[in-house]
Design a protein around this ligand. Sequence first.
Ligand SMILES: Cc1ncc(COP(=O)(O)O)c(C=O)c1O
Length: 388
Amino acid sequence: MARSYASQRVSGFSETVFAKYTRLAQAAGAINLGQGFPDFDPPEFVRAALREAASGYQQYAPLPGLPVLLEALAHKLGPELSADHLQVTVGATEGLFASMQALLDPGDEVVLIEPFYDAYPADVTMAGGVPRYVPLTPLADGRWSLDLDELRAAFTPLTKAIILNTPHNPTGKVFTAAELDAVVALAEEFDAVIIADEVYEHIAFVPHLPVASRPGAWPRTITLSSVGKTFSVTGWKIGWAVGPQPLISALRLAHQWIPFAVATPLQQAAASILQQAEASGYYAELMALYRRKRDLLVAALAGSPLKPLTSEGSYFVMADSSALGLDDVALCDALPGRVGVAAIPPSAFYSEAHKPLAKHLIRLAFCKSDEALCQAGERLKGLAEAFA
Ligand SMILES: Cc1ncc(COP(=O)(O)O)c(C=O)c1O
């Protein structure tokens, strides 16, 4: 038998669900509503900023980040913020990894809300931590609710942090003021840190409330975001962490040994697009674009057996597939070949014990061209026959 070189830390991991379903989509020539990346070009001002950065400085950036990007972030997030409160990261992905490396000792617990972004449990376990899961519940009106008693039950004296993603991938939920305040109150009671993953901050169809702006939250919150979703450049991997000095300095101790420095030309380009976005009304246009795409996909599903739940933000919608009777993995495995559409089975975003909650759900991404969304809708109308 071939020797495995994988450490105990990584040997339980398998290929990510995105790699698998993108491969199935490509093999079948299917419309890929699976992985969440735009299939359209970023705006011209974004591409121009990258071209311009190609003739700028090309050497290592300072540890906190390029000064021009820190300035643009302070302008966006709060003029009182300095390099003590900001750390540029390799996308929010590295911000999550560095946060867990910085905060956790072996056995520390981290509360994760299910369905989760699939990096969270891996980040927790690679840092020696233990995830504690709290599932969201779909309501009859299509929205998702957080059971505050279950949330409280997940906190223990070992709780070191909670990761909260709003707007939420994959449900599209935007957490309410009451839910956020309950999270902050529990974090205060148990002296836990809040990691607020807000990468979809500008894709919210109801008001998005930044976690750190809730009363009492700032001193214990690290907020992560990035340019990937907001500017349709998921390949740039430029993100940031913002928070109080003690939390950012801890994160920086881990970050300095992960990438050491973050790509200079991309930081330069990110600074330029952040400076331009606010003044040009870009964020409002982006929100309107995605609201229209969400409505297009939801309307296109009307004649299909998939019943969309409510997406209040992000560029995902979950749909109820119970009319088809198949479990989510069987459905998503067969979908590209049988109807020419790829989607993601949400059980990938649940812990082992809670996977049955995703049995009749499917995640569809609407960060795709209008033609792709309409064509996918047409194809999905034939779903019942394809699986009869
Ligand atoms: C909830 C959430 N967090 C973080 C990320 C990763 O962000 P980035 O590309 O900036 O690393 C994603 C990307 O899909 C996401 O959906």
